[in-house]
Design a protein around this ligand. Structure first.
Ligand SMILES: [Ca+2]
Ligand SMILES: [Ca+2]
Length: 272
């Protein structure tokens, strides 16, 4: 075999290997755009910011029938994710955590994008305060309830719809419209000393009160009412390292092509 052909074959083979390595290593990283929508009509419930994490399934924020802990109380009573995020980080340091910021009034949509490694963070966990309320929230009790990605990084759940029947009462603050967020003064809160339980019926008791958004609250929720949706849109992202691998592969291909052209030119010149 002529030396120049061996070089071309070797160069082409190493270029192919580099390209293959690049495409294999980029499978794990994706950009996930989370879009939240308040499915309720005007004058109904609103939601505080959505606190979320793409994770390994090891952070369990609360349990039905048990006293709520400080992290979920901070979400349920104040809409704040600080304590929840800190507990999440401690339980699952490799999780991609974040927030879709801003209150979500009836009919409103908001979104945010997160870079997720699907090789380690296949599950989705969320929590958001429902207002008006003293301590109502939405979120998943079971950290393994929503497996977003399979082992190959394919999206398994395009959206999550939350119904009124899935609204939680943290059991930490006594029902009192005067102390409820969005319609009252939250500094007046009183301890409930109860446990986490389903409770959307309490929302009807706020009907007729003026909200912080200026509308008169009028909830007509039934257990079957859809109140909230979380949609997932996935875009592939090559890892930074694979850009370098792909560049190296392309350079090797370019080198092989240039070499073949120069060989062809010198070959032609020799026969004339
Ligand atoms: Ca749980
Ligand atoms: Ca309560």
């Amino acid at each position: 075999m002529p030396h120049s052909l061996r070089v071309r074959l070797r160069t082409a083979a190493s270029a192919a290997a580099l390209m293959a390595a690049a495409s294999a290593s980029q499978a794990a990283l994706v950009d996930v755009t989370v879009t939240v929508q308040n499915l309720q009509p005007a004058n109904s419930v609103a939601f505080a910011a959505l606190h979320l994490g793409f994770n390994s399934g090891t952070f369990d924020a609360f349990n039905i029938g048990e006293a709520a802990t400080a992290p979920i109380i901070s979400v349920a009573e104040l809409g704040s994710g600080a304590a929840w995020q800190a507990a999440f980080a401690a339980a699952d340091p490799g999780a991609t955590r974040g927030t879709v910021t801003g209150r979500l009034d009836p009919g409103m949509t908001r979104s945010a994008t997160f870079r997720v490694d699907t090789s380690v963070n296949r599950y989705f966990t969320f929590a958001s305060m429902v207002v008006p309320s003293n301590d109502l929230f939405i979120g998943n009790d079971n950290p393994l309830q929503y497996q977003l990605f399979d082992i190959g990084g394919n999206l398994l759940i395009p959206s999550i719809t939350v119904g009124a029947r899935s609204v939680w009462d943290a059991g930490s603050e006594i029902f009192d419209p005067a102390a409820a967020a969005f319609v009252g003064t939250s500094s007046m809160r009183r301890d409930q000393n109860s446990v986490v339980a389903f409770n959307f019926a309490e929302l009807a008791a706020f009907n007729g009160l003026t909200t912080a958004a200026g509308y008169t609250f009028n909830s007509a929720l039934t257990a079957d009412s859809d109140i909230y949706s979380i949609g997932f849109n996935v875009a592939a992202v090559p890892e930074p390292g694979s850009y370098a691998l792909m560049a190296a592969g392309l350079m090797a291909v370019g080198f092989a092509i240039r070499r073949r052209r120069s060989d062809a030119t010198s070959g032609r010149a020799a026969t004339v």
